[in-house]
Design a protein around this ligand. Sequence first.
Ligand SMILES: Nc1ncnc2c1ncn2[C@@H]1O[C@H](COP(=O)(O)OP(=O)(O)OP(=O)(O)O)[C@@H](O)[C@H]1O
Ligand SMILES: [Mg+2]
Length: 112
Amino acid sequence: MVKIECIIRLGQLEPVKDALGSYGIHGMTVSQVMGCGLQKGRTEVYRGTEYNITLLPKVKIEIVVTDKFAEQVIDVISKTARTGEIGDGKIFTTRVDDVLRIRTGEKGEDAL
Ligand SMILES: Nc1ncnc2c1ncn2[C@@H]1O[C@H](COP(=O)(O)OP(=O)(O)OP(=O)(O)O)[C@@H](O)[C@H]1O
Ligand SMILES: [Mg+2]
């Protein structure tokens, strides 16, 4: 299993969620985060204002999927979240050893 952690623009959350839903992906964790990348948060425009600060509001989506779905999920997120402007975000992928569904005790891929 793989954890796909993506940091995207706030405005891209709904389209990305919809795209994931149409792929049958329903389990996800979404957080509001602050972050910066190469530009150190300085040159990006957020809601029409040029922020002279080092952190900008972003959305983080975490999804754990089976290995065979990972590539498709990464592909759909990157295509949906891309505007081509700086600050589109990043996708980090890490391996996940195990998952436990607390209600049933199921483990591994059965618990996703
Ligand atoms: N190396 C990193 N480690 C952790 N989080 C990061 C890293 N780079 C970017 N992020 C997160 O992703 C968000 C968006 O990054 P961003 O898209 O600006 O990356 P970038 O490398 O500056 O690329 P671009 O030039 O397209 O803006 C940041 O606000 C931050 O939350
Ligand atoms: Mg950047």
